[in-house]
Design a protein around this ligand. Structure first.
Ligand code: FMN
Length: 167
């Protein structure tokens, strides 16, 4: 396993639009017995309820959602490069194969929160809220048509960033 150091949030220099939207991240949740991960390119970082938070959007159909719901914490792992592996982890489901091993990645832990050891920046998050979107909430009706015709809605998870780890 690699060695990670705590990194102060105030020192973070990161463009969320490129880091999340273009380079992507892995959302990982679970426990020491079983964890799952999936690629995400939607989400953000910010401040609410007096806390530094990350928010991510996970569709009903994702196996990772079961782990998000069953555990109090989750992590976000960021990488330099690794697009082919992230594409794979964002295409196959952990329901169907051991995709973490398939990507030649390993699960590391911060206390009991799993993250992906091959990343170079990790946000450990404590779940604060989970809000499932519904079609009636969209002010722009085109969104419901474009993204949710099949009813596979996103749940927005807001997590307090309790630790930032850098390799
Ligand atoms: C670049 C990329 C970005 C993605 N972003 C998201 C996302 O933000 N939310 C989401 O629910 N699924 C997203 N996905 C799809 C999931 O990663 C994909 O369905 C994955 O296979 C789910 O795995 P699981 O069933 O093991 O959880 C993305 C996929 C890719 C390739």
């Amino acid at each position: 396993m690699h060695t990670f150091q705590p990194y102060p949030a105030d020192m973070l220099e990161l463009n969320p639009f490129t880091k999340i939207g273009k380079e992507w991240m892995l959302i990982t949740a679970g426990n020491k017995e079983k964890a799952n991960t999936m690629t995400a390119s939607w989400g953000g970082l910010g401040v609410i309820w007096g806390k530094n938070v990350a928010y991510v959007f996970v569709r009903d159909s994702r196996y990772t959602k079961e782990f998000m719901d069953a555990n109090d914490t989750f992590s976000l792992t960021f990488f330099e490069g690794q697009h082919p592996a992230l594409k794979y982890l964002g295409t196959v489901s952990g329901r169907d194969e051991d995709k973490i091993a398939g990507a030649r990645f390993n699960v590391n832990y911060s206390d009991n929160t799993p993250f992906i050891d091959e990343g170079n920046l990790v946000f450990v998050c404590k779940k604060l809220s989970a809000t499932r979107m519904t079609a009636d909430q969209f002010i722009d009706p085109k969104l419901a048509d474009a993204f949710y015709k099949d009813g596979d809605m996103h749940t927005m998870y807001v997590g307090e960033i309790t630790q930032i780890l850098a390799r």
